[in-house]
Design a binder for this molecule. Sequence first.
Ligand SMILES: [Zn+2]
Ligand SMILES: [Zn+2]
Length: 268
Amino acid sequence: MRLFVLGSGSRGNCCAVEAEGTALLLDAGFSAREVERRAEIAGLDLARVAGIALTHEHGDHACGAARLARRLRAPVLTATGTWGRLAGRMGAASYRAIGSQATLELGPFRLAACPTSHDAADPLALAVRTSDGTGLGVAYDLGRPTSAVRYLLRDLTALVLEANYDEVALRMSGYPPVVQRRIAGSGGHLSNRAAADLLTELHHPGLGVVVLAHLSQRCNTADDARATVAPALRRVGFGGTLHVAEQDEPLPAIDVRSPAQVQLRLAF
Ligand SMILES: [Zn+2]
Ligand SMILES: [Zn+2]
């Protein structure tokens, strides 16, 4: 499995996974043209996209979905409530429901989901697995990490997890208290500290890739996020790679492998 982090932040989120020649978009929070530009830079062939999974309807996660679904002739995979909000704008795009009840199969991917605590219609965290046992989880806009999120994100090879704000930077941000409370509240976002705590809990020997995502431009920096999360991961023995997603440019493609698989490759 290869992971493409095309960009992440409050001005747009889009990742993709590719396995066995098939790709799946995970959110489409940039314009179709911008997703195409970034895919080209990252080396992702959009003609391989078999589906567009959406965590929720907010523009920074879904604004390019309608046009991309039409251009790529790919179904939108999302929760019923999210589709309800989007359907009027989706034209002839087809839709398959995902939710916490059942997994959805699409080409080589098995897609599972659970609800998240966020101020959207029917928001989801997503987990994508392939038959070789590799798995990727994506969770943004987590007001707080619920037990359902912890359960969904267990035993995965890679995690793309929100690290939205630094607690001190939020207090110094100049945002009015009511906005600060909304960001830090149970329908808002996860802090660097909360992301570090959740990653410590989710860590297992097979975790090979962590991507910190959805950083606030005003209340966070890549250095702050890394400085909070890296020591916490080191303490639990994380042997993989830690990345920080950027808002404006894609990351180079990431091979999703457990630390043991990397060791094995190095040995040969
Ligand atoms: Zn949102
Ligand atoms: Zn968001």
